[in-house]
Write a protein that binds this ligand. Sequence first.
Ligand code: ATP
Length: 237
Amino acid sequence: MPTLEAKDIVVHYGALAAVRAASFTIEAGRIVALIGSNGAGKSTTLKALMGLKRLSSGTLTMDGERIDRTSAAHRVARGIALSPEGRRLFPRMSVLENLEVGAHTVRHGARRRNALEQVYALFPKVAERRRQMAGSLSGGEQQMVAIGRAMMSCPSILMLDEPSLGIAPKVVAEIALAIQRLNEESGISVVLVEQNARLALSLAAQAYVFEQGAVTRSGSGQDLLADPSVRRAYLGV
Ligand code: ATP
């Protein structure tokens, strides 16, 4: 399992620097949380890791090898996958067809079948509803499909953008448990971007706080849960 390292990364939208010299490490096999307010640059950071946004400066390395100039397709092949904010499913396609979209880079049929089995084992509800149109599922179930679709490329680093957004608390707890199980059982790293800081920090071995595009604080999830300024700013305590 590889370690991904971002060093002083800067990402622009036109003249706006959405990410400003952010540095962080996604250690192999860990759950890493990126927290911060709306517009702090978390989603942009995930897009940059995935190769959907170019760096203006800084470096990304995977086990020491530069990947920041490579295409998104190359990074999928290297084991990075993204479940985007808002899920972005194809609502009029079946659940199974949506999952298969995530596997289009995986050549071996056996590997694809294993990935599908893993998704079904993690989310039995997705298995039950595999023939239904994705758009007919509840928000929580659609989120499970979106995570499943990202799992279908057999990633070693799974990035989830706001998996709890707009989902009933009971289902959020179910998804949180699934993320934990996936990490423990298969050893893949999970990068978790969340507005729900309490949830993200309680799952994360390592966490980074983003403010206006910069990393202003980092530590273990437990440390940040106990940090008075984090509690005031992000936990409503
Ligand atoms: P959110 O949870 O709202 O997505 P975030 O921390 O993920 O917040 P980003 O979405 O990365 O933040 O946004 C960082 C900054 O970049 C914000 O100022 C935002 O307005 C701006 N931004 C994001 N996407 C675009 C875009 N496509 N074009 C121009 N500016 C953008």
